[in-house]
Design a binder for this molecule. Structure first.
Ligand code: NAP
Length: 323
């Protein structure tokens, strides 16, 4: 459904608007809907790499640590189930990205371009997005050999040699997954020790298709229309080298999607929203935050879902306290 509530909204504010549709936003929707709050969810833009409906799990492969799925589940399938569950209980979805907010007075207002919606409460669950290396050529080559999503693009690299950048769980998870397709995966990491959990490390280290290139940074992407290699510099010796690969996956972490809330909600220097400890309360009464947008520590689907539940309960109790 696209932007059809304008006139209705102008007259009667929604109980709650949820901005974002990852595990946090959709869990908040399930709880808010079952509390008869008839939530309105802005789920993001399908064409966006940072605000896609379903959030980051749409870009992941097997999720083996989400309780209830002993055999594991694919990220997109899991998010589809979340959405179906929220839809079952009177949740309205708008497949758009919120472009502006005004939380200075109640009811709060959010805009999708020129269309305005209002609500008594807001739950912010806009998540986080992939960090890039910052090379000029990234923009040119994304989708042409350069990717941040192994699930989406791994298939295209069948029988090819590729590089994965990073030393955390994401990088090792992507590298391991990509060996299903690639003939060889070189993991390029800027230090000589990994940040990833031991189980991920063990899995990657024992995979014969994965080679580690330590103390190394990707400084150059080669190729005009299509990636055909990467330039590497050794961070210890300064020596430069080249890897003739046709694929590069960047997996170096994430940034919270909080541009919309600058000057509106209190945030950390890193851009993560501040919430009152043990709750989802932001500095604006009636505005709550949950999921990766306010969690730089755990950042798991299950913790995001848990915080979405907290936000919906906080929101429901806050609304009750106002009457
Ligand atoms: P992360 O833990 O922050 O790791 C980022 C990695 O990228 C680090 O190794 C970092 O190097 C490197 N890096 C950062 N900026 C770089 C740059 N400009 N150039 C080169 N390398 C750079 O991020 P993540 O791997 O995305 O994981 C985020 C969170 O999600 C973690 O808590 C992780 O445990 C969790 N996670 C869990 C799973 C799972 O359990 N299935 C899967 C994925 C992620 P340094 O080490 O030198 O800082």
């Amino acid at each position: 459904m696209k932007g059809s509530l304008m006139s209705n909204t102008a007259n009667s504010p929604h109980n709650v608007i949820i901005i974002g549709s990852g595990p946090a936003g959709l869990t908040a929707a399930i709880y808010a809907a079952r509390a008869n709050l008839a939530p309105l969810v802005f789920e993001g833009e399908p064409s966006s790499s940072s605000d896609q409906p379903g959030g980051q799990l749409m870009l992941t492969t097997d999720v083996e640590n989400y309780p209830g799925f002993p055999e594991g589940v694919m990220g997109p399938d899991l998010m589809m189930k979340f959405r179906e569950q929220a839809a079952r209980f009177n949740t309205t979805f708008i497949t758009e990205k919120v472009t502006k907010v005004d939380f200075s007075k109640r009811p709060f207002t959010v805009w999708v371009r020129d269309t305005q919606y209002s609500a008594q409460t807001i739950i912010v669950s806009t998540g986080a997005q992939s960090i890039m290396l910052g090379l000029e050529s990234e923009t040119r080559l994304i989708g042409h050999g350069l990717s941040t999503c192994a699930t989406c693009d791994g298939f295209f690299f069948r029988g090819q040699e590729i590089v994965v950048v990073g030393g955390g769980d994401s990088a090792l998870e992507e590298a391991t997954f990509l060996t299903k397709f690639a003939s060889k995966v070189t993991l390029v990491h800027r230090r000589d020790s990994l940040r990833a959990s031991k189980i991920m490390q063990d899995r990657a280290r024992s995979n014969p298709k994965i080679e580690f290139k330590w103390n190394s940074k990707v400084t150059e992407l080669l190729g005009t229309d299509k990636l055909n290699g990467v330039g590497i510099v050794d961070t210890v010796t300064g020596e430069r080298s080249q890897l003739n690969v046709t694929g590069l996956f960047i997996a170096i972490g994430h940034r919270p999607n909080t541009d919309l809330f600058k000057g509106v909600l209190e945030m950390e220097d890193t851009g993560y929203l501040k919430t009152r400890p043990g709750s989802s309360y932001t500095n604006v009464p009636g505005v709550f935050a949950c999921g990766d947008v306010q969690d730089h520590t755990y950042r798991q689907a299950i913790t995001a879902a848990g915080s979405g539940c907290i936000a919906a309960i906080d929101c429901e109790r806050w609304l009750e306290s106002q009457h």
